[in-house]
Ligand binder design. Structure first.
Ligand code: 3PG
Length: 210
């Protein structure tokens, strides 16, 4: 069963990737996403500021759905949820993290790239998987090939998704959303250009609507 949060995420179809060095920027960053019309944040465990950033966004940014990305361990998943994360994203298929999320009714988008990964995720009853790194693993061609044997699975491709190809991915019937850093350019984050982030999200959102 798909949660209300996941329904909202897949209605919007866009999952911005967040890499923050300083949790003090998390609220401004989150507000920029909301202002830009994409009130969703996958805050990654790629920096030490991840947990504090999740906590700050969850507590102080109105209307945002915050999740944790680049989750490699059950402990990270537990810590993220305790900090306020509402969903978990893993870069690879990780049975331990997946099992913990399923047992605790936490939304999980496990990283998959092969039929074997997808089969393993499906065995947990999951219907939506991340497909990463999408471009390097055949992108649209691979997603089309997967749609036959895995007709019950939808994907969130990330890794090489950009402004120019996002609609090609989203036009595929088995793509529920696209994710990535193209909505949150690192130079803007570094320069604390929150208006720039909001404008980028608005541009992406308008492009999606055509
Ligand atoms: C991810 O973790 O999903 C990817 O690193 C996103 O890749 P991108 O930087 O190409 O958007």
């Amino acid at each position: 069963m798909i949660s209300e949060n996941m329904k909202t995420i897949f209605d919007i179809g866009l999952v911005p990737l967040i890499v923050l060095d300083d949790a003090a920027d998390a609220v401004d960053f989150g507000n920029a996403l909301v202002k830009g019309g994409i009130p969703i944040a996958e805050v990654t465990f790629r920096t030490a500021a991840c947990l504090d950033s999740i906590r700050a966004m969850a507590q102080q940014v109105q209307g945002i759905i915050v999740g944790a990305g680049t989750v490699h361990t059950v402990q990270q998943a537990k810590d993220a949820v305790e900090a306020g994360a509402q969903f978990i994203v893993t870069p690879a298929f990780n049975p331990a993290v997946t099992e913990w999320c399923v047992m605790n009714h936490i939304d999980i988008l496990p990283g998959t790239v092969s039929p074997a990964d997808i089969e393993a995720a499906s065995a947990f009853g999951l219907e939506i998987c991340k497909f990463f790194p999408a471009a390097a693993y055949g992108g649209i061609t691979t997603l089309k090939a997967l749609s036959g044997p895995f007709a019950h699975i939808k994907f969130m491709p990330t890794g090489g998704v950009n402004f120019d190809n996002m609609n090609d991915y989203l036009d595929l019937p088995n793509v529920a959303a696209v994710g990535g850093s193209f909505m949150t350019p690192s130079d803007m984050v570094k320069n604390k250009d929150w208006d720039g982030i909001a404008a980028t999200c608005q541009k992406v959102f308008k492009h999606l609507l055509g």
